[in-house]
Write a protein that binds this ligand. Sequence first.
Ligand SMILES: C[S@@+](CC[C@H](N)C(=O)[O-])C[C@H]1O[C@@H](n2cnc3c(N)ncnc32)[C@H](O)[C@@H]1O
Length: 252
Amino acid sequence: MKTKQHDAIVLSSSGEKDAFAELMSLFNSSPLPDDEVLANLGLFLTSKNLSRLLFFYEIYRKITHTHGIIAEFGVRWGQTLSVMSALRGIFEPFNRHRKIVGFDTFEGFTGMSEKDGTLCECKDGSFSVSPDYENYLDEILSIQEALNPASHLKKYELVKGDAVITVPEYFKCHPETIVSLAIFDFDIYTPTKVALETIKPHLCKGSILVFDELSDDIFPGETLALGEVLGINNVRIQRFPMTSRISYIEIE
Ligand SMILES: C[S@@+](CC[C@H](N)C(=O)[O-])C[C@H]1O[C@@H](n2cnc3c(N)ncnc32)[C@H](O)[C@@H]1O
């Protein structure tokens, strides 16, 4: 069930896993010339992986008429941040206020508690990345900006460390911040609760909160944190038909 490399619980059937392994092998042995690989990445996008990108496309369209930054709580390899940067380049390349800020330890889960249950079989350090990964991601995000207008203005930031400390610190240093979109993907209770409490005064009507694990028995902590900070009864938890796990709330 659990992949050895990255602690993720994989719910695919064995047939799906075999097909995925075959696709991976075709990717690794691709005959495409180097300068055509990036332009043809869609060759390898499965419906599951594509659905996540489509979800964020729909979410980005929603925030183009609201002001403020995009914050991701739980970055890992940074695909979502990179996609957000590309979407900013498409929809609002001159919006210098649409800063993209990512918070992560870049050393995996930190602060698991009994509220996170036992089903996920994770521990502190799960979902870690390779050493100094944040520097590699920084370079990618910098290139994403270089490929779009106004690239002389840096519009992203990676904040490394335990979110229980770094998120309150960031908002203390940047009290002017309005959060237009917050993406919650720490998976676990304690940092999610602290991040939610911290950004609450920085939300406005129309702000969007995305959650990756609501109502998920494998990672119950995210739902508990939302319930304690905003109250499940007080919010409309919405989804798009193309993704099963990820949901969003629009502040009303
Ligand atoms: C599921 S991954 C995020 C995946 C990412 N959002 C994506 O779209 O690929 C969860 C991340 O939360 C981070 N994390 C967990 N606890 C944390 C904490 N206390 N402070 C900062 N980051 C934390 C982990 O390091 C991990 O990278």
